[in-house]
Design a protein around this ligand. Sequence first.
Ligand code: ADP
Ligand code: MG
Ligand code: ZN
Length: 565
Amino acid sequence: RQIENRIADRNAQMSDDQSVWETDNFPWSSEAVAVLNETFKLNTFRPLQKSVINAVMSGEDTIIIMSTGGGKSLCYQLPAVLAKGLTLVVSPLISLIQDQLIQLKKLGIEAATINQGTSAQEVTRIQNAMIDPKSSLRLIYVTPEKLAKSKRFMSKLEKSAELKCLKLIAIDEVHCCSQWGHDFRPDYKFLHMLKKQLKGVPVLGLTATATGNVLADVKAILGVETAIVFKAGFNRENLYYEVRPKPASNDAVLEDLLELLKGRFKGQTGIVYCFSRKECEELAGELRQNGVTAGAYHAYLEPEVRERCHERWLSGKVRVIVATVAFGMGIDKPDVRFVIHHSLSKSMETYYQESGRAGRDGQPATCILYYRFADVFRVSTMVCTEKVGTQNLYSVVSYATMTSGCRRVAIADHFDETWDESWCNKMCDNCRSGKKASSTVDPLKFLPTAKEIIQSQTTNTKNNSGRVTAPKLAELVHKKLSKTDSRESVEYALARLILDGYLAEDFHFTPYAIIGYVVAGSRRQMPDLSDSSHKRKDNDSIASSSASTPSKKAKTVKEDVIHLD
Ligand code: ADP
Ligand code: MG
Ligand code: ZN
């Protein structure tokens, strides 16, 4: 009680200044350091870990946004030990749960999980421990699916909360709640029950990526509107960002890649992200044929095969892992020297997260994105049914098509941070080559020709079959203007025109595939082309690019302009 009063006093004195949370005069401060050193065998806290621990120990709902590898797990594992009660951890994947259980066991911290594979006996043992104030069980891990499905488990949790055994609810990868995020999972929606049914237990949400609207959404869904939000900076100083033009032929891409792997990245370990399982396997095979030890990793592999592949890479037997997005959460290899995206990511968040697996050890590392115009439309037909799929895709296309200006500034912008170009230290291709924020080709120059072609293609046929896809449009525009402009600059211009809403993608659903056509966008060209005020900065276009709303019926739908802000 005495402690509770002191906490109440402290809370009354709290200002908005978050630095108070980073201090050492909380009732548990000295014990927290002791647990850090003796139980977790770590020397010092990393930035914000202490703040989060102090906030949750004070009973506050808290959200921590910190890059992957920043050390979020400790923010609930250490309080779980300190609080001497039970912490519920909601985690999206059983494999992630298993990893943590193994680590905790090594540290001598008692933890358990309940999932489909858990024996009845074990379930009983755990459920008894949940309502036993003397139990030494500290953490219990579940997936959101398990929570949503098991009424019995939910009622045990309620009992545990009533008895004050349950001290904290930690929700890992909390951005999965939000449909605005890049990784939405329906079962995370169920988590709104936690705050309602387990009254008085603080909630800690953890994520590596949450833009403003995702964060607001997460708070509303979980019912933690007043949560304290800690956000670590997004800049990864040691990462060099680069975009490479992706050749049209696969052979040429392979050649370029091999040159990198045998030259700049000789002898180093890294990841190459691909679009599909098929691409992964083909590319891994081709790399091996060319003397690079490489393994393919994707969701269709048997769990054991996948695990073996991961282990061979961790131990250095395999130098390059060629992976789909399935190779993601929970990857924790410190000395990844390069992350190469062979194809475009689905969103800026995904790109930031995936590329961020490089250089966890703080040593210089490189993040390369191969970009070609045609890839945009492979991804767009895949994501067009997601709520903001097209918009998220356009954010990364916008990044990829920056012909000048600091890439770090664009990344920071995306995460609502403000960045100055001078902080980049020439750690991006544009800064290194000294290109300032102004581009050489004006995309609007191509708009009349593009619209003319779209028009002629549409009126040519009554049914929609004659309409023009983006790569076709690029070809036709280029044909008309080939004397003056390269194919690359036409493609660049068309991408910008789509991003800026002058043109738009329009998706058609056939029984076999989704086809994207280019149509006129909702944005009109200003009469005076020499007036630059209608041109926007790269980053503005992210929030205002227009995307067609997909319709289940195979007919044209008017494009909507979706405003994020
Ligand atoms: P995240 O969940 O943010 O991606 P993790 O919790 O998995 O990150 O931690 C990443 C790595 O950082 C782990 O190997 C962990 O042991 C290490 N780590 C966490 N906190 C500290 C610390 N205070 N000092 C040193 N290493 C730490
Ligand atoms: Mg984590
Ligand atoms: Zn830069």
